[in-house]
Design a protein around this ligand. Structure first.
Ligand code: KG4
Ligand code: ZN
Length: 345
């Protein structure tokens, strides 16, 4: 099945083509430069940038895949979660394409895209594991700029949210703390770059430790960092910055690891996977591998870094994985707060 995926959920305009689990193209136009002056994503700026770039992004994705719109079987589009006015751009474009070329529209949850990214085949056509070999239930971790969730994957298409953040997401914590440190936007990559050169010598609070559930909270850490920085009397030199970034990274990764560890200890799960931009973080990846070894389960992380941050290949891929749900959605509408455990059809 040849699918064109479209994602305009946040600040990346993306289109991709997949044939079954093979990614033929994955074009991402990043709007970071447009949002940088605002220190975060500005919805109207995102909408206008999507409107400006979607046509060229889709055209490029089809060209790179050497596909004509007539060859497509379906167009898969993110209905949510995401910014309402940004989602609308991708949905309207998908509808137009579907009408012109008589294509099915497959609605996709952006988070499911992140969660199933490990199932993409690489350029040589190889996958980490064959879908039919997967044994469920499995543990999924979603960590991005907007979400931090532990998901129980009952099977493809059936998910239970085990734990989630009560306030800020992990990526958001990286971004907000980087802003306080004057490191710009987005903060995760800069903090992790500095952290790799320092030691986590500063003690910061790990929230939610005493609670016996699987939820997260990062807003307390943000406040603790703010207080620490305003009380710190010495020069904030290079050594301080690298050590402080290492401390922030250590604290955020530990917060995630402690809850995931508890979940893996209390449940019998068959593999671990993780998706979302924060999975770019090397310390987090190392920690996830450690947990998988501890509980003697395989870990599957997306093979291509491009599949971690927002992209449309994961949308086309998720669509190809549950074809039984394919439908002609003439009235497809955005669902900005679509939860992974919520059926919308
Ligand atoms: O999945 P994503 O691209 O977009 C959302 O759906 O939100 O995730 C973006 C987030 C940002 O908050 C960014 O700071 C974070 O992922 N991020 C990282 C790293 N690379 C990106 N966080 C920590 N370490 C990284 N290396
Ligand atoms: Zn995302």
């Amino acid at each position: 099945m040849l699918i064109l995926g479209i994602d305009t959920s946040c600040d990346e305009t993306s289109a991709a083509v997949s044939r079954n689990q093979m990614i033929l193209s994955n074009v991402i136009y990043s709007q970071i430069e447009e949002h940088r002056p605002w220190g975060g994503v500005k919805p109207d700026v995102a909408k206008n940038a999507h409107l400006t770039h979607i046509d060229e992004v889709v055209t490029k994705a089809l060209r790179r895949a050497k596909i004509k719109p007539d060859d497509l079987d379906a167009v898969a589009v993110t209905l949510g979660p995401g910014l309402a006015i940004a989602l609308e751009v991708g949905i309207a474009y998908a509808k137009k394409l579907a009408k012109n070329y008589n294509l099915k529209i497959i609605p996709v949850n952006h988070l499911e895209g992140h969660l199933l990214s490990f199932l993409a085949k690489n350029a040589k056509g190889r996958c980490l594991v064959d879908v039919i070999q997967l044994v469920f239930p499995a543990a999924g971790l979603l960590v991005s700029g907007g979400h931090t969730e532990i998901i129980e994957i009952k099977k493809i298409g059936q998910y239970q949210i085990i734990g989630e953040t009560l306030d800020d997401a992990a990526g958001e914590a990286f971004d907000k703390i980087a802003k306080m440190l004057g490191l710009g936007y987005p903060g995760g990559p800069v903090i992790s770059f500095f952290a790799g050169r320092g030691q986590p010598i500063y003690q910061l609070p790990i929230p939610m430790l005493k609670r016996n559930d699987y939820n997260f909270s990062f807003s307390g850490l943000k406040t603790a960092v703010k207080n620490f920085l305003s009380n710190y009397q010495q020069e904030k030199n290079q050594q301080f910055m690298v050590d402080f970034c290492a401390s922030v990274e250590h604290t955020i990764v530990q917060s995630i690891a402690i809850k995931l560890d508890l979940y893996l200890k209390n449940h019998s799960l068959n593999f671990l996977t993780a998706g979302g931009g924060v999975v770019n973080n090397l310390l987090l990846r190392k920690t996830l591998r450690f947990l998988a070894r501890k509980y003697k389960i395989p870990i599957y992380l997306p093979q291509d870094k491009k599949l971690l941050s927002d992209n449309a290949a994961m949308i086309a891929l998720a669509a190809s994985l549950h074809q039984e749900d394919n439908c002609f959605l003439k009235s497809a509408d955005r669902v900005p707060a679509w939860r992974l455990d919520e059926k919308i059809l």
